[in-house]
Design a protein around this ligand. Structure first.
Ligand code: XIL
Length: 334
């Protein structure tokens, strides 16, 4: 059996993965997960569309299965994500008369967060309270002057939807760490927006504890120096940081490549990139206190279907749950 990455990285950098309840129902896959990962996050099961069945109605079955599995093995659980423009509980946005008022949407969101964070209170140690509220990478996408995405949340409630969400989460579980999570979090524009957000929240007496760096990477993007700068800048705000969704795609959107298969050269380059990134995180382990990969193995990666169906192999284990060069590189870096 390959050595456990969770144990190897151990106390230096708590290491976990995004999982599904279906994976845990398969005994072989469950044993693999329990051996390799020391922290879990639900890939989809704690999103609004998974949990919410209407006002005050919830389906916690899959999320509870993941939390129970983790707790039986003393693995901390991250909660992902309370408010996002994707996979939202779309019933919240309308009623019989059409689009709801600001007051109604605020009340629904507050109730949702109170119920969900309350349900997992003491069992989820950190929440991604708001996911992907800013965006600077798609020039055509609608944003406000601050770079805040014109999501339905932002449009109906205003930029205060973020403060409302953090307040509600803090009230529902005073002990859970509260994170803002985003991709492209090394982009200086996004770093500045996140720092501004944190300062505004704190000036209003709203608690925010950390920043989650999704870290969906390509083989050349982002530059490690930019990642290092972002980590240092955010640490200067007194924030905890987690790398929440790491994967390193063989396809590079920047170069428009369309990789058809995992050649030894590509896997080697990927392995080196994983090692460089883990080394960077280990050099900043006073600032970054968790690392999670977005998927347990290549067969399960979301990138197989995003942005369209395609070949990908972005994780540490292959489609048969066997270690890849990237696994060996991370093990060596640990
Ligand atoms: C993805 C899941 O992996 C997919 O299964 C789902 O279809 C779409 O969402 N950023 C995030 C994650 O914050 O929640 C996304 O997860 C990947 C991008």
């Amino acid at each position: 059996e390959p050595a456990s990455l969770a144990q190897a990285l151990g106390k230096r950098l708590p290491f976990g993965a995004a999982v599904t309840a279906a994976q845990l129902r398969d005994p072989a896959v469950a044993a693999f997960i329990a051996h390799q990962f020391g922290m879990l996050v639900a890939e989809n099961a704690m999103k609004q569309e998974s949990l919410s069945r209407g006002e005050g109605r919830y389906d916690f079955a899959d999320a509870d299965a993941i939390v129970d599995f983790a707790r039986q093995r003393s693995m901390p659980v991250r909660g992902h994500a309370l408010v996002w423009h994707h996979q939202a509980a779309n019933w919240m946005f309308t009623d019989g008369a059409g689009e709801v008022s600001r007051a109604t949407l605020v009340a629904r969101l507050e109730r949702y967060i109170a119920d969900v964070v309350g349900h997992f209170r003491g069992r989820v140690f950190a929440w991604d309270v708001v996911n992907e509220a800013f965006q600077f990478d798609e020039p055509d996408a609608q944003t406000d002057a601050a770079g805040m995405r014109m999501s339905t949340w932002r449009r109906i409630i205003g930029p205060e939807f973020i403060a409302i969400a953090f307040r509600a989460a803090a009230k529902a579980d005073p002990d859970a760490l509260l994170f803002y999570n985003d991709y492209e979090s090394q982009n200086p524009k996004k770093v500045a927006a996140m720092r501004g957000l944190v300062r505004d929240l704190r000036a209003d007496g709203v608690r925010i504890d950390g920043i989650g760096h999704q870290m969906h990477c390509g083989r050349v993007w982002p530059k490690l120096a930019d990642v290092a700068d972002a980590i240092d800048a955010l640490a200067a705000e007194g924030l905890r940081q987690h790398v929440t969704e790491l994967d390193i795609a063989l396809n590079d959107t920047l170069t428009g490549s369309a990789v058809q298969a995992a050649t030894p050269e590509l896997l080697q380059a990927q392995a080196q990139r994983y090692a460089e990134l883990v080394n960077l995180l280990l050099s900043r382990r006073d600032k970054v206190s968790a690392l999670l990969v977005w998927g347990i193995a290549d067969a399960y990666s979301w990138l197989l279907g995003w942005p369209q169906p395609r070949f990908e192999a972005p994780l540490l284990f292959d489609t048969r749950l066997q270690p890849k060069p990237a696994y060996h590189a991370v093990l060596a870096a640990a």
